[in-house]
Ligand binder design. Structure first.
Ligand SMILES: NC(=O)c1ccc[n+]([C@@H]2O[C@H](COP(=O)([O-])OP(=O)(O)OC[C@H]3O[C@@H](n4cnc5c(N)ncnc54)[C@H](O)[C@@H]3O)[C@@H](O)[C@H]2O)c1
Length: 337
């Protein structure tokens, strides 16, 4: 017997990551909506769902009265789809990025507030067990007070699709993950950024596929991001390689290997003596989209608000648009919501 009913909107590539978790959590998928009916039908057949395929979201919501929708449409459609569902009285869990513009993101928050419904964004990389280990280690003060965060992301990615034509493929389509992770791992929010995007010689992208960004975060934390989607050889992980420096030591997280930390163990010497810090064991029961879905279900059961609810997640989106703005204007940009 299903506890909750959901309508899935958008049956493209990423929906493959959602149907199994929905099934495992016994959420009844009441309809799959896509502008392309065949795609919706294809996913219903592939996942053996007992529900109709539809193209009209409003009609599906009227008929099915779901508890929530899962918005898996393209970024340009997130605002319209999410606001339609909120106004119909549904909660929403939607794919990143929250919206295609800051104005849209603000109007989505207003729609959620007005309807008294939850809108949360699935930032799948928050729910990696090792990322949760880092977050808890930093929050527990294992390396002291955080001062500095660096993330390097270098991949030679030959997508051959729409990304090849985007003006800011790296920052808009990928860096949102790393920017959001920087906030999640350190519990800080962005205040200002100086960024420079560029397109390396030999690039197969039309837009700027690489960037260097320096963010000023709350608590006097400096977050430096260097990334490229146009970098052959010696790839980093898709999560990026991270160094987090605190007043008592440093933590490294590289190539998806368990993080390691060294902390000061004495108060004399040119280099102070160091010891390896013990980090907590991974405990997250579900990763990526499944983890995000569980936070939505927990909200429905207990009212506890998910970490990526819209009032919080707009800070991550703001980092994206401020970095692009800074790069275009060639100056430091104060980040406003
Ligand atoms: N978390 C991750 O790691 C990750 C990875 C890939 C994609 N994504 C995100 O998932 C979202 C979807 O990406 P995708 O790769 O599945 O794209 P896609 O183009 O494969 O699929 C999008 C689907 O949405 C449908 N659609 C568009 N507008 C619609 C509307 N108004 N109503 C109903 N259906 C509509 C399209 O017809 C298409 O079938 C994007 O926001 C993307 O950034 C996240």
């Amino acid at each position: 017997m299903s506890e909750y009913r959901a309508v899935v909107v958008g049956a493209g590539g990423i929906s493959d990551a959602w149907f199994n978790p929905l099934k495992e959590e016994k959420v009844q998928v009441a309809a799959v909506v896509d502008l392309n009916l065949e795609r919706a039908q294809g996913q219903i057949a592939k996942y053996q769902l007992d529900c109709p395929a539809q193209t009209d979201l409003r009609a599906a919501l009227r008929k099915m009265r779901p508890d929530f929708i899962v918005d898996l449409t393209v970024p340009e459609a997130h605002c319209a789809v999410t606001c339609t569902a909120l106004r119909a009285g549904c909660h929403v869990i939607g794919e990143k990025p929250m919206a295609a513009t800051m104005a849209q993101a603000r109007s989505m928050i207003r729609a959620a507030d007005k309807a008294g419904r939850l809108y949360m964004v699935s930032q799948s990389r928050r729910w990696y067990p090792l990322h949760d280990v880092i977050r808890r280690s930093v929050a527990a003060g294992v390396i002291g007070t955080v001062t500095t965060v660096n993330c390097d992301f270098y991949i030679g990615a030959h997508f051959g699709g729409f990304r090849d034509q985007m003006p800011s493929p790296l920052i808009l389509d990928m860096a949102i993950h790393h920017f959001d992770l920087a906030r999640a791992l350190t519990g800080t929010d962005p205040l200002a950024v100086y960024a420079r995007q560029f397109n390396p010689a030999g690039s197969w992208y039309a837009g700027e596929a690489a960037a260097s960004c320096i963010f000023e975060m709350t608590n006097n934390v400096q977050f430096t991001y260097r990334g490229s989607w146009c970098s052959e050889g010696c790839h980093t992980s898709w999560n990026g390689n991270w160094r987090i420096v605190g007043t008592a030591g440093s933590l490294l997280y590289e190539n998806d290997q368990p993080p390691v930390a060294q902390v000061v163990a004495g108060d004399s010497g040119f280099n102070r003596p160091l010891r390896n810090a013990e980090l907590p064991a991974p405990t997250l029961p579900h990763s990526t989209m499944h983890g995000a879905l569980c936070e939505m279900l927990d909200f429905l059961r207990t009212g506890r608000r998910p970490q990526t609810e819209c009032h919080d997640n707009i800070h991550s989106l703001a980092m994206v648009f401020a970095a692009i703005d800074s790069s275009r204007k060639g100056r430091r940009i104060t980040i406003r919501l």
